[in-house]
Design a binder for this molecule. Structure first.
Ligand code: ATR
Length: 285
């Protein structure tokens, strides 16, 4: 990024601890360049004990940042410290996108929107089912549950090794959500039109369990929010068993759209060039 852009454009960040693995600078850098906008977006590592001061510097203008993205472990504190968290953040208790507007720090959580936008792009019609199975009840499954509930799915079965975590989510997200232990997986899959892996099983080349997707409805779609590797063991098995699949990379790309629009004033497009850029980077590391 050259100096003139830093001086005349808006400056945005991604912060986490650590943050160097983040691919967000690549995504936003691509959009800034392709839209010809002045501005910068860079990784800015902040330790947990410094996070309050970092947010204060955004609010009083001394940091020079208009806003940015927040990742692990700061999403909960970002929500708590924002002046104007939106309803999505309120329910999740966590925010991943911050921006200054009329002197106030606003916060949203765009992960769920990223999830549904990815399915809308790669498998339109995915929401024509009433029933979904979500495998996993960790941090990442929350925004997914919220998003598909808000899309109108009526039966959302959350299956998790630790049933108490699934039950917490059922209690939090309302009557459409049902908690189950792992051994109920085959039963709750019966007739479901959507299967979502949110567990870390199969991530980074680690082994994944043998999955039998045959109880799913014919025409069901299987997706994984893990995108390293792009074709996870679960997606490979689902394809082999004749189901449509959607990989998780698009969730990362689409969750970035609303923040960019807030900071830089233009709504960017998730296109094949962006996807190819991130895939090339994944192949390097
Ligand atoms: P994230 O924020 O990425 O969702 P997390 O909160 O650590 O990460 O959640 C990881 C998910 O993967 C959880 O649903 C976890 O199950 P538990 O709640 O029982 O821990 C699931 N998971 C991880 N390793 C697993 C394994 N070996 N078998 C089954 N589930 C596993």
């Amino acid at each position: 990024m050259d100096d003139s852009r830093e001086t005349f454009g808006q400056n945005a960040f991604v912060t986490g601890f650590p943050v160097k693995h983040s691919r967000s600078p690549l995504i936003h850098g691509h959009w800034l360049r392709s839209l010809g906008l002045a501005g910068s977006y860079r990784a800015h590592e902040v330790a947990p004990e410094q996070f309050g001061a970092f947010i204060a510097g955004i609010k009083d203008g001394s940091s020079g940042f208009i806003g940015g993205n927040v990742t692990i472990p700061h999403k909960e504190l970002a929500f708590q410290l924002a002046d104007r968290p939106d309803a999505l953040s309120e329910e999740l208790g966590a925010s991943n996108t911050l921006w200054m507007e009329e002197g106030k720090l606003h916060a949203s959580n765009t992960d769920g929107r990223g999830f549904t936008a990815n399915l809308d792009e790669r498998h339109p019609g995915w929401d024509q089912t009433d029933t979904a199975v979500i495998f996993g009840a960790g941090g990442a499954s929350r925004a997914v549950i919220q998003a598909i509930r808000d899309r109108g799915l009526k039966n959302i079965h959350v299956v998790n090794r630790t049933i108490s975590r699934a039950q917490e989510l059922a209690d939090r997200f309302g009557p459409a959500i049902h908690a189950h232990p792992t051994d109920a997986l085959g039963e709750v899959m019966k007739g479901a039109g959507l299967f979502i892996n949110t567990t870390s099983l199969g991530m980074d080349g680690e082994a994944a369990p043998q999955m039998d997707f045959s109880p799913l409805a014919s025409g069901a779609v299987v997706t994984d929010i893990v995108y390293v590797p792009l074709l996870t063991p679960m997606l490979i098995q689902a394809e082999e068993q004749g189901f449509a699949t959607v990989d998780g990379l698009g969730m990362l790309l689409h969750q970035a759209v609303p923040g960019f629009a807030k900071w830089f004033g233009k709504t960017p497009v998730v296109d094949e060039a962006l996807r190819a850029l991130i895939i090339a980077d994944m192949e390097k590391h």
